[in-house]
Design a protein around this ligand. Structure first.
Ligand code: FAD
Length: 409
């Protein structure tokens, strides 16, 4: 029996392996990862890990011994080069082949690179892996020593978390955002403004509608600054690029699986090949109305991992729960529930000038998402409301005297 091969030893790959065992699968499970490390948590890479507030043991998601105890064979530094669906085997970069009965694609995503002159200079980094975080850490230390500023390209979650961490270390930081506001695709305009004010209050320089012409380099080839189309030159000893990711669907595409901005899966994580499932950042989920949704979050990787394992065991476990996500910047924890795209109206619960509040997004009078800042209770309640399809009115949402929990009873 060839067993199940999992490509990608990240959040989704580990979850799938463990859920297979928990679901009673007794065959061979091989978990292949191309990184030098065993499975680790990515979210702290832009937060506590980068800030130096966490040790290596805390970053570990599953110790290799724990996986071994479950009879999950972890192989690191193994890159899968291709999939041969006709004979059901994967080909490794070293030329060897590994047969499978069932295959899991959990290959994650890759940061988009900057298609600009100087975009690949030393000192220009994206942040995805532990290796990236360590390279950024080393460069931050150099900037501290030489008193050189940091430029972050992209005012999304990763860019803003890195900006907050660099400010904690006392470095001068500028964030360049191509859009007119921060996190414009996900946050209500009022919350974008609130985040801009938060970062400015911590000394971050923000440039909106930024058009970047080139990255300047010094004689040794390392980055020295960022040139904007309006002629400004921002000196930099480190440039962090956080302009989004692309799903790693290359293996699947080459193998002829249906892909569109990611490996297309149904709610149960089945691909267009009955022997292959996919989970996590590498997927694009087909919704009932035919549209595709791509989520890049721990929750999505975890829930899809559970669904993928169930599908291989011949069970249906659709992942349809309300999406959620979090981001830590300074002492503020943002927790988001639901998908806010297409929101037409917003209600604020609490005081945006105070320490905690939530913003309720509505479309056609229906609650579609809630963003909570330092308001964990609102967040948990929002997930319950959204899961149950229950909408308060905007007036009820904004009224602190109204118990939203009463709608759930
Ligand atoms: P990954 O964890 O990326 O795992 C995929 C693995 O597959 C990688 O190790 C990759 O190297 C490997 N691989 C790819 N191709 C091959 C191949 N051909 N052969 C072998 N191995 C291969 N999410 C949140 O919900 N909240 C947060 O606050 C948050 N913060 C984040 C901060 C940072 C800096 C980053 C980078 C991500 C953050 N995320 C956060 C997103 C979250 O970490 C991802 O959505 C999650 O890790 C996705 O899991 P995955 O298993 O799909 O992919």
């Amino acid at each position: 029996q060839a067993g199940i091969v999992i490509i990608g030893a990240g959040q989704a790959g580990v979850q799938t392996a463990e859920s297979l065992r928990a679901g009673g699968y007794a065959g061979r499970i091989t978990l292949l990862g191309d990184e030098p490390h065993g499975p680790y948590h990515r979210p702290p890479l832009s937060k506590a890990w980068l800030a130096g507030e966490m040790d290596g043991a805390q970053l570990v998601m599953r110790a290799p011994e724990m996986l071994a105890r479950k009879n999950i064979e972890l192989r690191t530094e193994v890159k899968v080069a291709s999939i041969d669906r006709a004979v059901k085997q994967v080909l490794l970069a070293d030329g060897s082949a590994l047969p499978y009965d069932g295959l899991v694609l959990a290959t994650g995503s890759t940061p988009r690179s900057l298609p600009l002159p100087g975009g690949d200079a030393a000192g220009v980094h994206a942040l995805r892996s532990r290796g990236d975080a360590d390279a950024i850490s080393a460069r931050l230390a150099l900037c501290q020593e030489q008193q050189r500023p940091v430029v972050v390209i992209g005012g999304g979650f990763i860019g803003l978390e890195v900006a907050a961490t660099a400010r904690k270390k006392g470095l001068a930081v500028t964030v360049l955002e191509a859009a007119p506001r921060l996190l414009g695709r996900v946050l209500a305009p009022a919350l974008s403004d609130w985040y801009a004010a938060l970062h400015r209050s911590h000394g971050v320089e923000l440039v909106f509608d930024a058009r970047i012409e080139a990255l300047e380099t010094a004689a040794d080839g390392s980055v020295s600054g960022v040139r904007l189309a309006d002629g400004r030159l921002l000196p930099a000893g480190l440039v962090v690029v956080g302009i989004g990711v692309n799903a790693n669907d290359g293996l699947a595409q080459a193998a002829g699986l249906e892909c569109e901005r990611g490996i297309v899966v149904d709610a149960c994580c089945r691909s267009s090949d009955p022997a292959i499932v996919a989970a996590g950042d590498c997927t694009a989920r087909r919704l009932a109305d035919g549209s595709l949704i791509r989520l890049e979050s721990v929750q999505n990787a975890t829930e899809q991992g559970k669904s993928a394992a169930a599908a291989l065991l011949g069970q249906e476990r659709p992942f349809t729960a309300t999406p959620w996500f979090w981001s830590d910047q300074y002492d503020k924890k943002l927790q988001m529930a639901g998908l806010s795209g297409g929101a037409e109206a917003w209600a604020v619960r609490g005081d945006m000038t105070g320490t905690s509040f939530s913003i309720y997004h509505f479309r056609a009078d229906k609650l579609i998402a809630v963003d909570s800042v330092n308001a964990a209770k609102d967040h948990l309640q929002a997930r319950k409301l959204l899961d149950a399809g229950i909408s308060p009115t905007p007036e009820q949402a904004a009224d602190l005297g109204f118990d939203l929990g009463s709608l759930l009873k």
